[in-house]
Write a protein that binds this ligand. Structure first.
Ligand SMILES: C[S@@+](CC[C@H](N)C(=O)[O-])C[C@H]1O[C@@H](n2cnc3c(N)ncnc32)[C@H](O)[C@@H]1O
Length: 463
């Protein structure tokens, strides 16, 4: 497609560059384009959509392209402005060549249709195949209260004095944005270290998985993928072990669809797009047994990834590991489990450097009800407690808000979040008692303002 011409990376920037030129000539910003387009055509094009064409995606590093209807309307209106010298045809041509460049990168340089069977203009998508931004997903209808009226469910919890389960911090678009912001904050040292741990050891982790599970028809199930950065590093190393192999199937499993979309964009960006098929699963972890029949589609082994101390957010962490072992995995499957371990069990202070950030994040669910963090920050406490988990010698950081005011309602002693830090030896025993074999452990220290902790990544197998 690009033979002798500009590289596909340059071609893929053509639309963005011409679009920027139009905006500059018309003296428009994202905000004023939104406003003027609405005024001129009645079309309400969201600012964040416009922004996504102008800025690289935070994780993939590439801007998005508008859909066909949007680009036509935009080109017609924008190029008709007196100050703009770019013609409608030029802008549309740039958009088309960007699309073609992306499609050609997806299909491989030789024009091989790759993983999408194109037949005389008709496209048929088999399991996990993706095309033009369409992906396959499974949605659990029984979580309607979490996908829809989270506010109702939250009020019920508060009215009956129950703690807010930590997963509420990840619900709704607000929860998604809070998590993305947290991961982008350089002060969140634990997160940085855990990403580095995966990236620095990805090749070795990949080799360990291949040695244990074999490579044929490998499927990767991300239990709570977040932004997908770690999955991308690990999946890259897995597909690199067999350059001519078939596609790996990626199943991001999450309670929040926005998280799934973000993770898929991260994983599919660049060269991985043609090596990975994908199917999202929008469901809570406590339905894992049910949804295991979705990801147990092919005969080969699965790799499950529970990363980012997600286990440490669960009230019944050991029970979840048991369920995962008995209902979510088959013999030969591998589990990548990343947890936070404490070095000093006696430490009574919560980890310092991220304290303010984490307070904000954990307060997130209450913002859904209209409470503001600024009005409550002085009432939020963080304490280290013992024995919150049945796994011996676990230290738990508990975040509470002494009083929450919201409209005419006041709630007292609201428990916002629990985060477990484990004793490595005790966790090893629990893991092996359940029946897992510990194949390897990778670790990295995290030095924060006042104490040291360890990120530990286990490679486990059910055999
Ligand atoms: C702590 S983040 C970890 C993200 C990523 N694995 C990492 O290591 O960066 C937890 C992830 O699990 C998801 N999650 C939390 N609780 C969940 C639940 N009960 N069911 C399904 N997904 C959940 C969140 O939406 C988020 O993507």
């Amino acid at each position: 497609m690009n033979g002798g011409g500009p590289s596909s990376r340059n071609v893929a920037q053509e639309f963005k560059e011409l679009f920027e030129k139009c905006l500059w000539q018309a003296r428009l910003t994202t905000h004023s384009l939104h406003r003027e387009l609405l005024r001129g055509t009645g079309y309400d094009l969201p600012e964040n959509t416009i922004d996504s064409w102008r800025r690289p995606h935070t994780t993939t590093g590439e801007p998005s392209l508008p859909g066909e209807a949007k680009v036509q309307l935009l080109a017609q209106w924008l190029c008709d402005l007196d100050q703009v010298t770019v013609t409608e045809e030029e802008l549309l041509a740039a958009w088309r060549s960007d699309k073609a460049a992306r499609a050609s990168r997806r299909s491989g340089a030789d024009g091989d249709p790759g993983n999408v069977p194109v037949d005389a203009g008709h496209v048929r998508l088999a399991r996990g195949e993706h095309f033009e931004g369409i992906i396959d997903a499974t949605i659990y209808l029984h979580m309607d209260s979490l996908l829809g009226r989270v506010d109702h469910r939250l009020r019920e919890l508060l009215n009956t004095g129950q703690p807010i389960p930590t997963y509420y911090a990840y619900l709704t678009h607000h929860g998604y944005l809070n998590w993305v912001r947290l991961t982008e904050d350089h002060r969140y040292t634990y997160y940085r270290s855990s990403v580095e741990l995966c990236e620095a050891n990805a090749t070795e982790i990949g080799a360990e998985i291949v040695r244990a599970a074999g490579r044929s028809n490998l499927d990767y199930v991300a239990l709570g993928p977040g932004t997908g950065s770690k999955d991308r590093a690990l999946i890259s190393s897995l597909v690199a072990t067999e350059p001519e192999g078939g596609p790996l199937l990626y199943y991001p499993y999450d309670i929040n669809p926005a998280m799934i979309v973000h993770a898929i964009q991260t994983v599919l960006s660049g060269e991985l797009e043609s090596r990975v098929n994908v199917k999202g699963i929008i469901a809570p972890f406590d339905s894992l047994g049910l949804f295991s029949y979705v990801y147990k589609d092919r005969a080969g082994p699965n790799v499950l990834a529970l990363l980012g101390n997600t286990l440490g957010n669960m009230s019944d962490d050991s029970g979840f590991l048991e369920t995962l072992f008995s209902s979510g995995m088959w013999t030969g499957d591998v589990l990548l489990l990343e947890v936070r371990c404490h070095v000093d069990q006696e430490a009574v202070r919560a980890p310092g450097i991220g304290e303010e950030l984490k307070k904000r994040f954990n307060f997130g669910p209450l913002e859904i009800l209209g409470a503001t963090y600024d009005d409550h920050q002085d009432r939020i406490t963080i304490r280290r407690e013992r024995s919150r988990s049945v796994i011996p010698n676990t230290v738990t950081t508990v975040t509470r808000c002494e009083q929450v005011r919201c409209g005419d309602k006041t709630w007292h002693d609201v428990r916002l979040a629990y985060v477990h830090e484990y004793s490595e030896d005790d966790l090893d025993h629990v893991i092996t008692d359940i029946g897992f074999t510990i194949l390897r452990k990778f670790q990295r220290g995290v030095r924060s303002a006042d104490q040291e902790r360890v990120v530990l990544l286990y490679v486990l197998q059910k055999d």
